[in-house]
Design a protein around this ligand. Structure first.
Ligand code: HEC
Length: 151
């Protein structure tokens, strides 16, 4: 009887948790997928900080797998493809260093990896800016006549 109560309570907590997560405006799809990168990167850092090679390998591998997902390819520019490639290479390098129990190597590859997060996001912002419709600002002519010396 007691265990049944516990099961019911656990279920209730799970359901409430689900609704709470939805209430926070988490739209299913891309943002959730993209946020997974952050979760894995944070756990990867945990692995590095705690010298846990198994965790390092697992999280780096997950990141590499994510980068192969079709949801990853939001843009089709050559730069986006290059950033994706560099990102995957760095993730694979972290995993390989973890296999060799090489903490310094894993840390170095992790730094390259996080650099790619920022570099690719910069590119994404540039593409977005370029695609945005031009701002409809009122045309203003600046009168310079007053500045010109009058002879
Ligand atoms: C090859 C490009 C690329 C790389 C590398 C990359 N991202 Fe992203 N990231 C994107 C794109 C594209 C989006 C979606 C932007 C949008 O739709 O506004 C995104 C969005 C995100 C978001 C926001 C999700 C949301 O809530 O909307 C987070 C968090 C994120 N990325 C984390 C990371 C982390 C952490 C890394 C590095 C480990 C990383 N990304 C590497 C392309 C990349």
């Amino acid at each position: 009887m007691k265990s049944r109560w516990i099961t019911t309570a656990a279920l209730l907590v799970a359901v409430v948790g689900l609704f709470a997560a939805q209430g926070q405006g988490e739209v299913p799809g891309k943002p959730v997928f993209m946020r997974m990168k952050l979760d894995h990167t944070q756990r990867l850092l945990e692995g590095l900080a705690l010298n846990d090679f198994e965790l390092i390998h697992k999280e780096a591998q997950q990141l590499s797998i994510l980068s192969r997902d079709e949801d990853w390819n939001v843009f089709e520019t050559p730069e986006y493809r290059q950033h994706s490639l560099d990102f995957r290479k760095a993730a694979d390098a972290v995993a390989a260093a973890a296999d060799k129990k090489n903490l310094d190597g894993a840390m170095l590859a992790y730094m390259t990896l996080t650099l790619q997060c920022v570099e690719c996001h910069k590119h994404v912002r540039d593409v977005r800016m370029a695609a945005a419709p031009p701002l409809d600002l009122p045309f203003r002519t600046v009168k310079l006549t007053g500045l010109a010396p009058s002879f």
